[in-house]
Design a binder for this molecule. Sequence first.
Ligand SMILES: Cc1cc2nc3c(=O)[nH]c(=O)nc-3n(C[C@H](O)[C@H](O)[C@H](O)COP(=O)(O)OP(=O)(O)OC[C@H]3O[C@@H](n4cnc5c(N)ncnc54)[C@H](O)[C@@H]3O)c2cc1C
Length: 510
Amino acid sequence: MNILAWNTPPNTAQLWAADGSDLVICLADKQLPDWSDCVILSSALACVQFAGANVLKNILPNKTLWLMPVHTATQLHDYFGSRDIHWQTKPIPQHHVLPEKNWFRQPEKNHQQPEHVIVIGAGIAGAATARELAARGVHVTVLDAANAPASAASGNRQGLLYAKISPHPTPQTELLLCGYGYAKRLLKNTLSESNNWQETGVLHLNHNTSETQRNTQLAQHVWHQHLYHGVSASQASELAGVLVEQDGLFWPQGAWVNPPAWVAKLLDNPLIQLKLNHHVLSAQFDGNNWQIHTQNGQFSGSHVVFCGGASSQNLPIIQDLPLQFIRGQTSIAKTQSNSGSLKVALSGASYVSPAWDGIHCFGATFLPNDAHDDWRESDEIANRQALKDLNNNIYQSVDFSGSLKGHAAVRCDAHDHLPVVGALGEPNLMRKVYAKLALDKNYRLDTPCPFYPNAFVNTAHGSRGLTTAPICAAYIAALICDEPLVLSKNLQHALNPNRLIIRQIVRGLN
Ligand SMILES: Cc1cc2nc3c(=O)[nH]c(=O)nc-3n(C[C@H](O)[C@H](O)[C@H](O)COP(=O)(O)OP(=O)(O)OC[C@H]3O[C@@H](n4cnc5c(N)ncnc54)[C@H](O)[C@@H]3O)c2cc1C
């Protein structure tokens, strides 16, 4: 691995000629590089943001471009650890590495390439994880209990890919903005020629006072105007092709996608073996490998990644993670003349997508602490009312006749609404080793975290898994393959699964 770095963007000729596997470029002053003389490089800048690292793969052959806002360029060890970085310009001074809590440290690396990874779950999280591993030459077996991939939360007809962010620099906003660009590039790469998605843009409407405030503040982020910008109701109507009564925030590169088609494409790789109708019953480490048992067979792998979504509570090893479950149902209905001309996805308290093959998708219901995925008439009625509130013109013109049914599923979430991603500590051992935190949460404890060997999780993507799961998958694959990590230290800690166990210990819960 040869990491080259620049304190300001080099020109396109320098980039093409650079002899490195990873090219790190500092973006000072929240400005995009001027690479207008190269279509490949300039179009790669479309979703670049200034909240966190932009990791651009497959743009230049055998190279990864790291476009780093200045606050990340001073912390390159977050991403590259102690690897040598060869500065092509005067180096950017690096901040000191701060001490980490032991439960946030990465487990000791065995520096061996993984032989075979078992991924449990074939939703967007599992499929993206498998694809990232396969791209690194690793053989993967994906096990799913259902008889088709993307049958659970990822089974919606049309999901929206955009980032519902705060105007302030929260971990959620950093993850969503980094994840949005990553997911969009992956989508373009994997489903390029397909009609199973469309970059129509997403219009987020000022549907109440707090959204109006939030969107107004976001519209002032001039450095992100290529990603999102404010629009008046009349501009919104022009963009949407139907009368829209509120102002809002427009995400021109936002897209709708059919998640099952995306998942199928991600899994379509000679190094990935998909095993359906395999409900995982147990997982044991035999000293060398993980032995995974399903009702239909046994599978062995050097590493295991749990991507079970809302069924995590029934999965071995991770069933004790304190997760939350939120039921949701979307609805579908045929277009009629006016609704058919909807050109962008509208989002507010609910959403409606442009028609795909003559059918709109809208919803979704949001029922916390309900882990049932049965289709319900009450949710259908709620979705119709929400569509009426979102845009009465579309509501009046869709055709609700017939018996089209949307998709009901359960979202998996954590208490802080951040995904749960990383290497898994052993909860029972952690409870013993870190018991004193129940007396004083700041108690200094030097004992290394007891980790399960080679066991990882990528789940709890809540309501935004299409945006967050792919970058988290890249993070997990990089951890497994001992490569530079795509998330800042801040995010590595914020998503770490051990935070949930430590929180329980601190609160005296078992
Ligand atoms: C109604 C609704 C609308 C949504 N709309 C959007 C949207 O517009 N945009 C967006 O970004 N996100 C949206 N989301 C959220 C998004 O769909 C989820 O965050 C995402 O699908 C989660 O993916 P996942 O892979 O983690 O879980 P899932 O897709 O649920 O996949 C988990 C998989 O694990 C398998 N599994 C579980 N237990 C076992 C076991 N024991 N053995 C084997 N296999 C097992 C399951 O069969 C399943 O296939 C929506 C969610 C819902 C419910």
